[in-house]
Design a protein around this ligand. Sequence first.
Ligand code: NAD
Length: 551
Amino acid sequence: MSGPRPVRAPRGTELSALGWQQEAALRMLQNNLDPEVAEHPDKLVVYGGTGKAARDWRSFDAMVRTLRTLKQDETMLVQSGRPVGVMQTHEWAPRVLIANSNLVGDWANWEEFRRLEQLGLTMYGQMTAGSWIYIGTQGILQGTYETFAAVAAKKFGGTLAGTITLTAGLGGMGGAQPLAVTMNDGVAICVDCDPRAIERRIEHRYLDVRADSLDHALRLAVEARDARRPLSIGLLGNAAELLPRMLEMGAPIDIVTDQTSAHDPLAYLPLGVDFDDMASYAAEKPADFTRRARESMARHVEAMVGFMDAGAEVFDYGNSIRGEAQLAGYDRAFDFPGFVPAYIRPLFCEGKGPFRWAALSGDAADIHKTDKAILDLFPENESLARWIKMAGERVHFQGLPARICWLGYGERDRAGERFNDMVASGELSAPLAIGRDHLDCGSVASPYRETEAMLDGSDAIADWPLLNAMVNVASGASWVSLHHGGGVGMGRSIHAGQVTVADGTPLAGEKIRRVLTNDPGMGVIRHVDAGYDRADEVADERGVRVPMREG
Ligand code: NAD
């Protein structure tokens, strides 16, 4: 019988599938579940609360088996983590098509999702968990770094030196926060109720130290702040208890945000519940747990608003905590903005977003060579150069070596083609899987996050991610996914992903050119359509065709 076991992607150039496109999907599926990568691999959970790579172990085994025998003109269909069919297609078609967690509008809530999940009919795919392009905490690091850099630019003269950031959540994604703050020279206090999360971030060098108590954390923070020395401090406890206490004490906090798994009320520890009892309580009394978690989130958000009233820069970091607090009856929950309208949207107008790639060889040297190629391709981009240098020095690889950097329209295709040439020439020892987060410029509809406060009010229009998935299929991506509920939870988002394999062949080069042009192109046209001037400029400068602007 198939059951939990350690999973690790094979390395090197020996294929166990019939081609590199299939091999890449196979390795990236396995890599998502590598214990170095996944938060709870035994449960097939990769990150983001319960975001899974496969529905159950039998489905995982069936996907591995199928990918190994899948032909160059076949496509495997995956329905919420389970392989449900293999169809004859053609060599330009994706080798895998994935639909995760999708529910019909009126049924798109956690209650119905969990009922169906219990029946074994669906799974939560989060964003890159169920679409096999999660690369560990680094995947979110650059975006988090850029967000804190934008906070520094907006309010603190371009640096976080001399400031204290308070946040919670040191999980798969939230664990990027301490390093992103210290990379911007600031001090961070990061609360998490799971001692393992704190230890893991220290082990991976994302977090510097663990404090013994709240007082200890504040003392360390103030000392470092006064010396303008970067430092990140892990603090064990429940954020819904510690934030109000810190507010009451008048703790000198400059910036507040949060990345607990608030999008899923069964993954947020309610006040008065021991961490050790959390899983059993959530499983046994989900309705009760949800009510208490939401009430606790209301206290947590109330404290965030209190810090805002006291002058701190406060923003929601894309986990829906405002929405959950509002459901619990807290009416000032939306007084502070989400991070996208506050800092990220101008980048989306340029088609910029979290471009990433993984070395299927498993050889870190391949990534170092691609780092050099990026520096060589975009010498004028100083912040990119700073990022690539810092990442090279400070990012600990999890699983297959990988890199992320935000690139825009007209840049991603150049990088992808260069990478494909490097595979063809033998400079890289094996192909690369090139993909991105679903949190991208034109691939997601999520009114509490990526599409919050769109200029034309189109926040909830979900045609865009559907078009995005279709255009990526039509352009030759290696696998394409269409999900519901990632990031912010059931009923609150629809989003798409793509991965395209650079295997060094001319055909891969053709596909890469189209996919890596059209995919960020969706971001440009989406923002042109919504009325953003910057997107108009980008479309004009870089030749993006928008029929309504022609003639
Ligand atoms: P995760 O499940 O891996 O980690 C969540 C962490 O929160 C856990 O370590 C857990 O112990 C901790 N936690 C839960 N309740 C707590 C409480 N009451 N007090 C203190 N700690 C508590 O999730 P993740 O992958 O790190 O994602 C976190 C959230 O951020 C999710 O909602 C996710 O959707 C969102 N997210 C945001 C972005 C972004 O760019 N802003 C990107 C990805 C994910």
